[in-house]
Structures are given as structure tokens and as C-alpha cells.
Design a protein around this ligand. Structure first.
Ligand SMILES: [Zn+2]
Ligand SMILES: [Zn+2]
Length: 352
């Protein structure tokens, strides 16, 4: 079968490999959709400390069950059958550490990831590892949800995890930095689930801003390469600032701007990680202190967030279909990375 294998930074090959074999406590999937995200592009160019090469990458996965190991259903108390449609979690918690037992699976200290320690979804077939099945990380796709939509449940789950911490209330003003797919999902969740008030979408790339704004219709877009974004948000909020700010970018300055534009009792999510080589920002601590700001991190998602994402897609509360703007065969997977890198599509999905 064909698979996209990572060997080293800038050395990623689409090659023929043997079809993987399914162990007694594993499930084999025919991958139908594996979507791409900024992390794939980062891995392509820089690798990742947790990724052991050679490795089939791709972590936003939906597929059809083609083989169920003999012990699977007895071991995990599940009822998987050949022909079932399933979505796979990407961040895999251990289920046993202090954090997991507390129910904080997104910050499991032994977290592993599909596409890093286990072969991922840019391939015709993949094995769902026992570590995923053990934490109930293989999710049934509702009948009215397509494989392409289901593959978006993973990034969507990360956004649900972040927003859960923000306590968004009806009517809250929300600013989202980053007009990528995840920024779009943040807007849809804030509105569809939390019934927020006005939403302002910020980016420095005018084309990407327009493309995403056409899809999710923020109340206003702000091109931060043209205007002072803090000043503009203050204007739009009558000088009060934003109740909620989400930085879905890797740009340090957006975190500083988020603090500067937050309203009293404002809640901030540092959703996007910063470059490893430059992870610091300047923070006026007195602003945080006197304005009583709440600054949250966000690290991936827990299995439960993936299930909820599929429910929100199925119920229509948070549509994702229209955010998947490109479908690409596995043979052209490398071009998908360029499209993501150049921001030419909202979400690109690969169909092996
Ligand atoms: Zn991703
Ligand atoms: Zn754990």
C-alpha cells in the first residue's frame, strides 16, 4: 500500500510499504480521510522531538473498520464490527497517571500521539493501536456525518477543550486571532455552543482573512498588518475590551495583544504554541492583576472532546463541511502541505 513516511526534516516520502497486520488487541482501518494541519507542515520541515522515524504521519483520521482483532471486544468491552465507521483520537492519554485519574486527560504526563509514536493516517490502511482502544479513543461516526467531516473532529476537539476553560457566556465579545481552520472552528463553537455575542476575526494575511470570513461571517475582520488591532478592538467594544480572546496562531505578539485588549474579568486562551526557539512574551503583569484576567493554556484534547465534536457536527450545532475546501488524493499529499502552508484553503483533506 502507499504511505507517507517521515524520515527526517525535509525528507518525507510517499512510498510503497507492506499493508500493516492487525494484532489480536488492535483494529485495522481503511483510511477514508486524513486531514492536514499546520502541525504536519511543521513536522515536514522540522521533525518533532516525540516522532520516531521512519513514521507514517497524519493524525486527523477517519476510516472504515476492515478487521477487528480477536480479543478486542472482550478486552475493551466494545462492539466493533467490520464495516463500522470510526474516527481516531490523535493525542493518546495513558489513562493511569495522576492527571488522567483526575480527568485531565489533555495534560496526561505520558501522552503519546498517533502519527508520532504510532503510524498515522496518510496511508491506505492503518492499525488503531491498543493504547487508543484502551482509553476509548476510537469513536463511532454518526450516520449523517461524512468521513471528511469526521476527520475534522480532532482539531475541533482541541478547540472544544480550550473553550471549556474559558467560560464563554451568552453575549460575550470574542476575538479570535488566526483565520485558519482552527480559528474558524473556534468562531463556530463560541457561537453555536456558547451563544457568544460579537466575534472579531484577526489575521495578517488579507486573502486568508477574506476566505475564512466568507465562510464563518465574523461581525468584523481586522487585518492586523494594516491597523492597530488593540486600538480597533477597544473602539469596537466602546473602550471596554474583549471578554474572551483566543490566539490560534504561533505569533508571540498576538499573546501580548490579547492581554492588552482583554476586558475586566477577561478570559484568554493561548491556544497556539509559540516557536520553541522563541517562546517568551512581554506581559504587563499589572494589567493581569488589576483587570483580573484569566489566562489559559490549551494542550490538544481528551478522547471525550472528540466524541463531543462528532455530536456537534451531527446535530448541526457546529458545521464543518463547508470548512473543508479541498479534497486531495494520497498521491498528491505533498501538494496538500504546500496548500496548507500557503493558506490557500481553509481545511485540506487527503483521501487515500
Ligand atoms: Zn492537526
Ligand atoms: Zn495519563
Amino acid at each position: 500500500m502507499k504511505a507517507l513516511r517521515f524520515y527526517a526534516p525535509e525528507d518525507v516520502r510517499l512510498e510503497d510499504v507492506p499493508e500493516p497486520e492487525c494484532g489480536p488487541d488492535e483494529i485495522k482501518l481503511r483510511v477514508r480521510n486524513c486531514s492536514t494541519c499546520g502541525t504536519d507542515v511543521k513536522i515536514f520541515h522540522n521533525g518533532h522531538q516525540n516522532l520516531t522515524p521512519p513514521r507514517t504521519i497524519g493524525h486527523e483520521i477517519a476510516g472504515e473498520v476492515v478487521e477487528v482483532g480477536a480479543d478486542v471486544n472482550a478486552t475493551y468491552g466494545s462492539d466493533w464490527q467490520v464495516g463500522d465507521r470510526a474516527q481516531v483520537i490523535a493525542a493518546v492519554p495513558c489513562g493511569e497517571c495522576y492527571e488522567c485519574r483526575k480527568g485531565w486527560m489533555a495534560v496526561c504526563q505520558n501522552q503519546t500521539s498517533v502519527g508520532y509514536q504510532y503510524d498515522g493516517g496518510f496511508a491506505e490502511y492503518m492499525i488503531v493501536p491498543r493504547q487508543v482502544l484502551k482509553v476509548d479513543g476510537l469513536n463511532r461516526i454518526p450516520d449523517n456525518v461524512g468521513y471528511d467531516e469526521a476527520s475534522a473532529a480532532e482539531p475541533f476537539a482541541c478547540a472544544i477543550n480550550a473553550q471549556e476553560l474559558l467560560g464563554i457566556e451568552p453575549g460575550d465579545t470574542v476575538v479570535v486571532f488566526g483565520a485558519g481552520p482552527i480559528g474558524c472552528m473556534h468562531i463556530r463553537i463560541a457561537r453555536g455552543v456558547h451563544e457568544c455575542g460579537p466575534v472579531y476575526l484577526v489575521d495578517v494575511n488579507a486573502d486568508r482573512l477574506k476566505m475564512s470570513a466568507d465562510a464563518v461571517q465574523p461581525d468584523e475582520t481586522i487585518d492586523a498588518s494594516e491597523v492597530d488591532v488593540v486600538e480597533r478592538v477597544m473602539e469596537l467594544t466602546g473602550g471596554r475590551g474583549a471578554d474572551v480572546v483566543i490566539t490560534a496562531t504561533a505569533a508571540n505578539v498576538t499573546q501580548e495583544q490579547a492581554i492588552a485588549m482583554a476586558a475586566r474579568n477577561g478570559r484568554i486562551s493561548f491556544f497556539g504554541g509559540l516557536p520553541k526557539t522563541n517562546p517568551t512574551i512581554t506581559c504587563d503583569s499589572n494589567v493581569v492583576h488589576y483587570r483580573q484576567l484569566h489566562i489559559h493554556g490549551a494542550n490538544g484534547s481528551a478522547p471525550e472532546h472528540n466524541k463531543r465534536a462528532l455530536e456537534y457536527i451531527s446535530s448541526g450545532q457546529v458545521p464543518v463541511k463547508d470548512l473543508i475546501t479541498r479534497h486531495i488524493p494520497l498521491d498528491d499529499v505533498l501538494s496538500a502541505f504546500d496548500i496548507v502552508k500557503n493558506g490557500e484553503a481553509i481545511k485540506v483533506t487527503v483521501e487515500p
